[in-house]
Write a protein that binds this ligand. Structure first.
Ligand code: UD1
Length: 423
């Protein structure tokens, strides 16, 4: 176990570069299973989740090579259909192989996934949608097991625009017989990236970027080369960090158009945001003003930036209401933030944050990727030292986080956590 040791007080200034999105590349890797041959992905972040997904694909029979910022996946004609139990349990995103495996092999066996501890995160929309396409799905001994010698296009309505369910249905339907319509589909930029990747491979997808996706199944797809869309959550994290520390940061590669509401909130908090040709710049001169935020599926305020905006409000001037509509258990993070002296009350979906002049450094734990990043940001504006434990969560989603923070002037280091008590 490792931890980050953050000494508060620095003002972040300089440039950071954002690479491809974790939440896109993992699905692109899964989608590569749909075509026999070599798929080449670029702008691939060097993060733990990519390592886990590489291993999932290897155990299905693929050859996976990683080099600086790229992944090449060679998919064999004969593909295994059973994803490794322990790997899948470590990362929820591995459920993304379910749809492609059913489409390619006519059957799939995938462990019920693990991942972040941020809510129940059911799979009922995935299962109901795939069943509409003709898959017979059972759950046995901790596995989801699907059989579908042929998938057939169907009309699917999602109760909620689930990112993962939209992706699985897309990846299953591109090789199905006939037309599939996915209504109330998710519209995240990562979904658009997946659609564009599938179209490059030869898939027929209409309505890309809208909540109605229409897929005409084709016989086969071909492997391609594709650059992963930049990570808007990492870009948004840097934007929040700049604003909280009253800094001035150029976020190279960040796409302001993918972060419209989040950046607008920062402007309301008093930041100057300047979109440019190759990213955007965020500058904050004064103490941030409190801003109300409501998380919603894209293009709403992203739930993955909610912990950061909560941390920002914790040191803002005024009182803010933060409403979480996507993941109910994300408030676990609040307990950690209050250890740093933040004044936060939660009730149902709502958190009321009364901004304080300063936070006070303390030992805290990262329960998930985004909570971990937000605790580091809080540590940057806290007096003294904040030790953030369980940072393997942060490593799942942020490439070179400590190095990039230090390059911007922060005082952060990674160290081995002291031995756990033997009882
Ligand atoms: C993805 C992202 C995650 C992000 C989330 C919402 C990846 C690897 N992760 O997660 O970072 O926070 O989108 O933007 O891309 N739900 C059900 N039944 C289902 C599916 C989902 O009830 O079958 C619920 C979930 O419990 C959750 C909500 O729907 O409350 C949203 O989930 P979903 O959009 O599917 O998120 P993920 O794809 O898991």
């Amino acid at each position: 176990m490792e931890r980050f040791v953050v000494t508060g007080g620095a003002r972040l200034a300089g440039e950071v570069t954002v690479t491809g999105a974790k939440n896109s590349v993992l699905k692109l890797m899964a989608a590569s299973l749909l075509a026999v041959g070599r798929t080449h992905l670029t702008a691939v972040p060097d993060i733990l989740d990519v390592t886990i997904m590489s291993e999932v694909l290897r155990r299905l029979g693929c050859t996976v090579e990683r080099a600086d910022g790229t992944v090449t996946i060679d998919v064999p004609e004969q593909l295994g259909h059973e994803a490794d139990y322990d790997l899948v349990r470590r990362m929820r995103a591995s459920i993304a192989v379910f749809g492609p495996l059913i489409a390619r092999c006519g059957e799939a066996k995938v462990a019920l996934p693990g991942g972040d501890a941020i809510g129940s995160r059911g799979l009922d929309f995935h299962i109901a949608g795939l069943a509409k396409l003709g898959a017979q799905i059972d759950s046995e001994h901790g596995y989801l097991i699907a059989k579908a010698p042929r998938l057939t296009g169907a009309q699917v309505w999602l109760d909620f625009p689930s990112v993962g369910a939209t992706e699985n249905l897309l990846m299953a339907s591109v090789l199905a017989d006939g037309t599939t319509t996915i209504d109330n589909a998710a519209r995240e930029p990562e979904i658009v990236d997946l659609c564009e990747f599938l179209v490059q491979m030869g898939a027929q997808v209409q309505g890309i970027g809208t909540s109605t996706l229409v897929v005409d199944g084709v016989q086969e797809l071909s492997p391609v080369e594709h650059a992963t869309v930049p990570d808007r959550i990492v870009a948004g994290t840097w934007a929040m960090a700049a604003a909280m520390t009253r800094g001035d940061v150029l976020v190279r590669g960040g796409r302001a158009e993918h972060l419209e509401i989040a950046l607008d909130k920062l402007v309301m908090a008093g930041a100057v945001v300047e979109p440019g040709a190759d990213g955007f710049r965020v500058r904050m001169d004064d103490r941030p003003r409190a801003v109300d935020v409501v998380t919603l599926p894209y293009p709403g305020f992203p739930t993955d930036l909610q912990p950061m905006v909560l941390a920002l409000n914790a040191v803002a001037d005024g009182t803010a209401m933060v409403t979480e509509n996507v993941f109910e258990a994300r408030w676990m993070f609040v307990n950690e933030l209050t250890r740093l002296g933040a004044d936060v009350r939660t009730d149902g979906h709502h958190a009321v944050v009364r901004g304080k002049d300063r936070l006070s450094g303390a030992p805290v734990k990262a329960h998930d990727i985004r909570a971990g990043a937000a605790l580091v940001l809080a540590g940057l504006v806290a007096d003294g030292i904040t030790e953030v434990g369980d940072v393997h969560h942060v490593d799942r989603g942020y490439e070179g986080f400590v190095e990039q923070l230090c390059a911007l002037g922060a005082d952060v280091r990674r160290e081995a956590a002291a031995d756990e008590l033997p009882f």
